[in-house]
Design a protein around this ligand. Structure first.
Ligand code: SF4
Length: 293
């Protein structure tokens, strides 16, 4: 089976993608942004969230917290207020904690190196590499679910292990303009090399191993490619969002909260509330519950 790592295929794919890059660019406000904090906020918000849902909250968030210090100086409840519409609220808590770390340990400036960025709460390999590349032009590979699909299909035409994907992604990096190249890979994955790929109009089709050789789709079980999310409707995730939505408006007594959530069985609701308290997203008061401060 053909692999492209370090081969002529790798070189020609890189060239083809660089040629296609201008046409792949999406008009997203954080692309090409000069401020590392703004890029970190976008990367945290984009985790497991559709791009279209991030634009408004990202804009609102940066208007309120233009710097990491502004975010760190605010109570967590204010960050949770601004997280409306994004879900996965543990990310909001981690971002607030990251801002605090940036203020206290890095004099309010984001570190440049991916390995140091990973010391920040909620910042894993992908987010650290994305910020290091897009904000600081560091020569590091960025592998998310979009890039994972491109690597498996276009370069390998087989499922890749985590370490194979890392090696392949690093070998693919150009010597210069790494941020632009990483962005082009992400854009290719999100616009053409989707879960259901749009090969007919893909600009790198002639350099894609899977397109050329055929076979089963190698992407679904390959490194970096996320599984389909579980159903949102009726999930605990939905109920957590509803509780936080109510507490965003104002603190509530237990009785009032339970009355507002009659669609959820009481035992289950109590468990979900406990989970939110354990996660540090809401707090008990003498009168009931409120967003964590
Ligand atoms: Fe992905 Fe199809 Fe393009 Fe290959 S030709 S990179 S599989 S969209």
């Amino acid at each position: 089976m053909a692999t492209a790592s370090g081969s002529d295929d790798c070189v020609t794919f890189r060239r083809a993608l660089r040629r296609a890059a201008p046409g792949l660019q999406r008009p997203l406000p954080w692309i090409g942004h000069a401020d590392p904090w703004a890029i970190l906020v976008s990367e945290v918000m984009l985790q497991q969230t559709q791009t279209s849902r991030v634009v408004s909250p990202w804009t609102r968030f940066l208007q309120t917290f233009p710097t990491a210090n502004d975010c760190a100086d605010a109570p967590l409840s204010r960050v949770l207020q601004l997280w409306e519409g994004l879900g996965y609220h543990r990310r909001a808590k981690a971002l607030h904690a990251a801002a605090t770390r940036i203020r206290d340990d890095f004099a309010g400036e984001l570190p440049r190196e991916a390995s140091t960025l990973r010391l920040l709460p909620g910042v894993g390999e992908y987010t650290a590499n994305a910020v290091a590349s897009f904000a600081f032009g560091q020569r590091v590979a960025v592998i998310d679910t979009n890039v994972g699909r491109v690597l498996a299909r276009a370069l390998a035409n087989r499922s890749l292990t985590q370490s194979e994907a890392r090696v392949m992604a690093r070998q693919l990096l150009p010597a210069s303009n790494v941020a632009m190249f990483n962005q082009a890979l992400l854009d290719l994955g999100s616009q053409f090399c989707r879960s259901v790929p749009v090969c007919a109009t893909c600009p790198v089709q002639q350099h894609c191993a899977w397109f050329r050789e055929g076979g089963d789709d190698p992407a679904p079980n390959s490194a970096g490619v996320s599984r389909a999310q579980s159903k949102f409707e009726g999930s605990n995730r939905q109920v957590r969002g509803q509780i936080l939505g109510l507490l965003r408006e104002r603190p509530l007594s237990n009785q009032r909260l339970f009355k507002s959530m009659t669609q959820v069985e009481e035992g289950r609701l109590a468990q979900i509330i406990e989970g939110l308290i354990t996660d540090g997203l809401i707090e008990r008061t003498t009168r009931g519950l409120k967003l964590a401060s």
